[in-house]
Design a protein around this ligand. Structure first.
Ligand SMILES: C[S@@+](CC[C@H](N)C(=O)[O-])C[C@H]1O[C@@H](n2cnc3c(N)ncnc32)[C@H](O)[C@@H]1O
Length: 197
């Protein structure tokens, strides 16, 4: 069986009938702009990178990384179309080495693909490699999410666990909520955090 981390590459992004929409999260962009007008952004497991493409258009220096070669190829094509400068490359987050510090680090919908030990190592690195007054934007699945199986390879957070990891930071937003996924016909259990260092 293929590893779960290749799920999006194999079952979504590389499908012939799949169309990339590069949809941006406008609410998140608004929140980011309240805090930062420029700077370096790192989008981990970026997927279609809609928000990051918009931030790049606004002048942020964006780096997008993902294990999906199809996603990275399409992001580069879209960036060119929009006349936007952005770095995008394929890498496995379990092996990613941070070489610099960032003003904003985004990691949404990725930790349930990353084993517990690597998830905590990644969060430590995210925190360490965020500049002073920089932002972390993380969205994780909680334990009991319907996608979680006994042999799931990735990490599902306990209630309040993410918030507690950031207890030394200024938490701008933290929510735990349920969200109905029409395609999967299931209700996901999600935690969402925006924190300032
Ligand atoms: C649910 S999607 C989320 C995409 C995007 N962050 C968002 O919020 O829309 C998960 C993404 O994580 C990527 N991914 C999963 N495991 C990964 C890994 N080990 N290293 C890098 N990317 C990974 C997938 O290829 C996919 O693009």
């Amino acid at each position: 069986m293929s590893e779960e981390k290749f799920f999006f590459e194999e079952n979504v992004f590389s499908r012939k009938d799949y169309e990339f929409t590069f949809e941006a999260d406008e609410e998140l962009i608004e929140e980011i702009l309240k805090n930062k007008k420029s700077g370096k952004v790192l989008d981990l497991g970026c997927g279609e990178a809609g928000t990051s493409l918009s931030l790049a258009k606004k002048g942020f220096e964006v780096t997008c990384i993902d294990i999906s070669k199809t996603a990275i190829k399409n992001i580069k094509i879209e960036a060119k179309k929009r006349d936007v400068k952005l770095i995008a490359f394929v890498v496995d987050l379990e092996k990613f080495e941070f070489k610099e510090d960032y003003d904003i680090i985004i990691g949404t919908g990725i930790f349930h693909f990353i084993p517990e030990k690597d998830s905590f190592k990644l969060i430590n690195n995210i925190m360490k490699h965020t500049k002073k007054d920089g932002l972390n934007i993380l969205e994780v699945f909680l334990q009991g999410d319907p996608s979680q199986e006994e042999d799931s390879e990735g990490y599902y957070f306990k209630q309040n666990e993410l918030k507690e990891l950031y207890s030394d930071w200024n938490i701008l937003d933290y929510e735990e909520y349920e969200d109905y996924d029409e395609e999967e016909e299931q209700t996901n259990k999600i935690a969402y955090l925006i924190a300032k260092k």
